[in-house]
Design a protein around this ligand. Structure first.
Ligand SMILES: NC(=O)c1ccc[n+]([C@@H]2O[C@H](COP(=O)([O-])OP(=O)(O)OC[C@H]3O[C@@H](n4cnc5c(N)ncnc54)[C@H](OP(=O)(O)O)[C@@H]3O)[C@@H](O)[C@H]2O)c1
Length: 273
């Protein structure tokens, strides 16, 4: 496994295992710098969303880069207030225009909005059929959302992006995703920096001579997740990518697995209707 390793989403679309998240990367130059540094470091996957208000900056950094567009996997997301069939089509057009791309690699439904999610999915299926999104998926879906969607969808979601770290493992959502053949992406993988002081994480960082962030990212990769840590700092962007030259042994994985506490740092979809 290395920074170029991918997981197949369809016969022809593969998602890089590690990506750069840009939530709260800051609009304007800070996001442009983060994406530029990431591409220079070898990242080939950027995760943004309409609601992050930095699609324009992600697009500008991609356009300014020497890396060809078709070598970078770009994800953006449909925001909740844009759900509904026609609104989704319009929102996608606006996101693609902001990114300055013809084709988005992955378009995700950001949240399972109860009244609109099925008609929004129909629109996403159309966007996919028209070739404007190479892959489509969901985010913050738990088992019942996936079951419901699979009963209605013509095209199954290819990805479910959920919060995942040792302190919140959403095991049932992961199991349901895999039962439905959906690739799991881990957001907030380094706990937004809030569990770096945990004694187990610190001990394993010492044992492996790595940082807590690297240990947490490696945990996600070894569970088979796509992992998308956010950083706007050049050194930390590099640090977060230096996770392919060490391995957590089975007992270290088990100790990290033992940290489950149902933690949600972003959204908790457990009881979402
Ligand atoms: N689908 C959804 O609903 C959803 C929700 C949340 C997030 N996401 C996506 O997932 C991405 C990652 O999640 P996240 O941003 O919530 O959390 P995260 O990646 O777990 O943590 C980001 C925070 O940790 C810090 N950090 C990162 N690497 C570090 C390191 N090596 N050492 C010390 N501090 C470090 C960052 O600060 P610096 O920038 O200063 O380094 C930032 O404050 C987001 O950017 C977004 O793309 C999706």
């Amino acid at each position: 496994m290395d920074l170029r390793s991918t997981i197949d989403l369809t016969g022809s679309v593969a998602i890089p295992r590690l990506g750069l998240g840009v939530f709260r990367a800051g609009g304007g130059q800070p996001t442009r710098d983060a994406v530029t540094w990431a591409l220079e470091r070898g990242y080939r996957h950027v995760d943004t969303a309409h609601i992050y208000r930095n699609e324009v900056d992600v697009g500008a950094a991609l356009a300014a880069s020497d890396v060809p567009r078709d070598e970078v996997f770009v994800t953006t997301k449909l925001w909740n207030s844009d759900q509904g069939y026609d609104a989704t089509l319009r929102a996608f057009d606006a996101s693609a225009a902001a990114l300055g791309v013809e084709v988005v690699d992955l378009y995700l439904m950001h949240w399972p909005v109860p009244e609109h999610r099925l008609e929004s999915w129909r629109a996403m299926e159309r966007i996919h059929a028209e070739g404007r999104a190479r892959a489509i998926g969901v985010s913050n879906f738990v088992r019942r959302h996936l079951d419901e969607l699979s009963a209605h969808a013509n095209v199954a979601p290819m990805v479910n992006q959920i919060e995942l770290h040792p302190f919140g493992q959403q095991r049932d959502a992961v199991a349901a995703s895999r039962e439905h053949g959906v690739v799991v992406e881990a957001y907030s993988p380094v706990t937004k920096g809030q569990r770096f002081g945990d004694p187990t994480v610190r001990a394993i960082a010492t044992e492996t001579r790595r940082t807590p962030a690297q240990v947490l990212i490696r945990w996600g990769l070894q569970h088979g997740f796509v992992v998308i840590p956010k950083s706007s700092n050049q050194d930390r962007i590099a640090e977060n990518a230096s996770v392919f030259d060490f391995e957590l042994d089975p007992s270290q994985m088990q100790r990290l697995d033992g940290l489950e506490e149902g933690l949600h740092l972003a959204w908790d979809p457990t009881d979402a209707p």
